[in-house]
Design a protein around this ligand. Structure first.
Ligand SMILES: Nc1ncnc2c1ncn2[C@@H]1O[C@H](COP(=O)(O)OP(=O)(O)OP(=O)(O)O)[C@@H](O)[C@H]1O
Ligand SMILES: O=P(O)(O)OC[C@H]1O[C@](O)(CO)[C@@H](O)[C@@H]1O
Ligand SMILES: [Mg+2]
Length: 461
């Protein structure tokens, strides 16, 4: 079908799609109260038509279509829109909300906590909001901390998590027992992919026990490796922070004779931070990510490429995601460690690359000057407050979460889908991985900016 020459608007029918389920407390508690939304009584709000979101308001996950294709993209899925509902299923005076943060840090966690507290308090009139210290194990091993708007007032300006976090210690029975014991009826779990897998199990157990408890997940991952949502909060702040390291590497490399600036950035299985930092910087000569294997020696290899760059420019900047090249680094049995949550502990690809580069130069150009300056900003890109964009994102995310929970939805995650906030089943998010697609335009863009090798040659040594 040639649409180029079309001068008039052409109509196409919407392809059929499946609406993802959105679990609700009434699925297993049929006689729940149904109350008018307390927002009705806030004197400053003058609800316009369409203010309340109905269960018929949906967002399409796929918004890019090939009109010449007879087959619709499959599977075509829609999600329920996030936002306030006309009725709520909790009496605000009876709500006891718990907030927990798990896994690694990420800019914006404190903003999400702040906005959950302030949103519950100011919009819905909830007065019992608690922080669960030290991640999932804190449910059964620590006392909940009462939170109020005054206490959290400036938390959006702080990095880290004021509640403290941890890895490991997920004991399903003990956590749900503790939720019952403390009388929590709303649970907000902020965390990464592991936290979402844990939250999906908690939701299943709560449902099995038929508890009047709504539990939801707010995805947090500096690596941006959680699927379905557009991006995770704090990611943009981390990319911005990574620029400082890349700029320093560039200055060091440029100021040396045959200088290489090497920057390692976070990203266990997904190279999004490295990729975005590369695209924003434009000083990077080569970006190495876990999704795209690379090799050092021979035709089309990294060393050949760097040799050419040094000859041409006198310096080069290399960005490597921490999960890249792990299979190439020699590792003893003792180094095959896992962290408390079962995530593999990586070896330092930056330190390994630095040694390899120095060895190569000494072998190939023993009489020429050469410098590798290795910068590993590690936690400096994530242990910072969120920037303005991420703070706004965190606020909308927290408010979307509250509206959904107050309406009685449970077992869901809130997040932006194509720019619109929606509710996604927890179990879907728990298994959806967002890796860099090295076949799509974004990776092609990196390669066009850097002109780096594709590392696809099969006949290297
Ligand atoms: N499959 C799982 N089932 C139940 N709980 C899990 C599972 N995976 C991880 N968890 C628990 O979730 C919590 C956080 O997990 P993890 O340390 O992997 O961080 P994360 O949420 O993935 O965050 P990040 O990716 O940012 O580090 C831990 O308490 C861990 O025990
Ligand atoms: O906080 P820890 O346990 O040192 O873990 C660091 C890891 O956490 C992350 O920031 C998020 O998963 C990774 O990029 C990094 O490898
Ligand atoms: Mg994780």
């Amino acid at each position: 079908m040639d649409l180029d020459s079309s001068t008039t608007a052409t109509e196409f029918p919407l392809p059929p799609f499946t609406l993802a389920p959105l679990p609700h407390l009434s699925d297993y508690l049929p006689s729940l109260p149904s109350l008018p939304n307390p927002i009705d009584c806030i004197p400053f709000y003058h609800q316009s038509a369409g203010f309340y979101i109905a269960s018929s308001d949906v967002i399409l996950r796929h918004i890019v279509f090939d009109l010449s294709s007879s087959a619709p993209p499959s599977p075509l899925i829609a999600y329920h829109r996030a936002g306030p509902r006309r009725t709520v299923r909790f009496d605000p005076s009876a709500v006891r909300a718990a907030i927990v943060t798990c896994g690694g840090l990420c800019p914006g966690i404190n903003t999400v906590i702040r906005e959950l507290v302030v949103g519950l308090w100011e919009i819905y009139g909830v007065r019992q909001v608690f922080g669960v210290p030290s991640g999932y194990p804190g449910f059964y091993s620590a006392d909940p901390v009462p939170l109020d708007p005054k206490m959290v007032d400036s938390w959006h300006k702080m990095g880290g998590t004021a509640l403290t976090t941890s890895r490991g210690g997920f004991d399903l029975g003990k956590i749900v027992d503790a939720i019952e014991r403390h009388g929590f009826n709303q649970v907000y779990c902020i965390g990464g992919d592991g936290t979402m897998r844990g939250a999906a199990k908690l939701y299943e157990e709560i449902r099995r026990r038929r508890l009047y408890v709504s539990l939801m997940g707010i995805p947090k991952t500096v690596d941006n490796d959680i699927g379905i949502i557009d991006r995770s909060f704090g990611f943009q702040t981390a990319v911005e922070m990574a620029q400082h390291a890349i700029n320093a590497a560039h200055v060091e490399a440029e100021s040396a004779v045959n200088g290489i600036g090497l920057v390692k950035l976070m990203g266990r299985s997904a190279g999004h931070i490295a990729l975005h930092a590369t695209l924003s910087s434009r000083d990077v000569d080569c970006c190495l990510i876990p999704e795209n294997d690379f090799y050092l020696e021979g035709k089309g290899g990294l060393l050949e490429f760097l040799d050419q760059r040094l000859k041409k420019n006198g310096h080069a900047v290399l960005v490597v995601a921490e999960g890249a090249g792990q299979d190439m680094i020699p590792r003893t049995e003792a180094q095959k460690e896992m962290d408390e949550s079962g995530n593999p502990v990586f070896l330092d690809v930056g330190a390994w690359l630095k040694t390899e580069l120095k060895g190569w130069w000494e072998r190939e150009h023993p009489d020429e000057l050469f410098t590798v300056k290795y910068i590993d900003p590690t936690y400096m890109i994530r242990a910072v407050p969120a920037n303005a964009t991420d703070n706004l994102y965190c606020t909308l995310l927290a408010h979307s979460a509250i509206h959904g929970v107050m309406a009685g939805y449970t077992g869901f995650v809130s997040g932006p889908i194509n720019g619109i906030y929606g509710y996604i089943p927890l179990e879907e998010v728990a298994v959806a991985k967002n890796l860099v697609d090295v076949k799509d335009h974004k990776w092609a863009w990196v390669r066009s900016v850097t002109n780096q090798p594709d590392f696809l040659q099969t006949n290297h040594p």
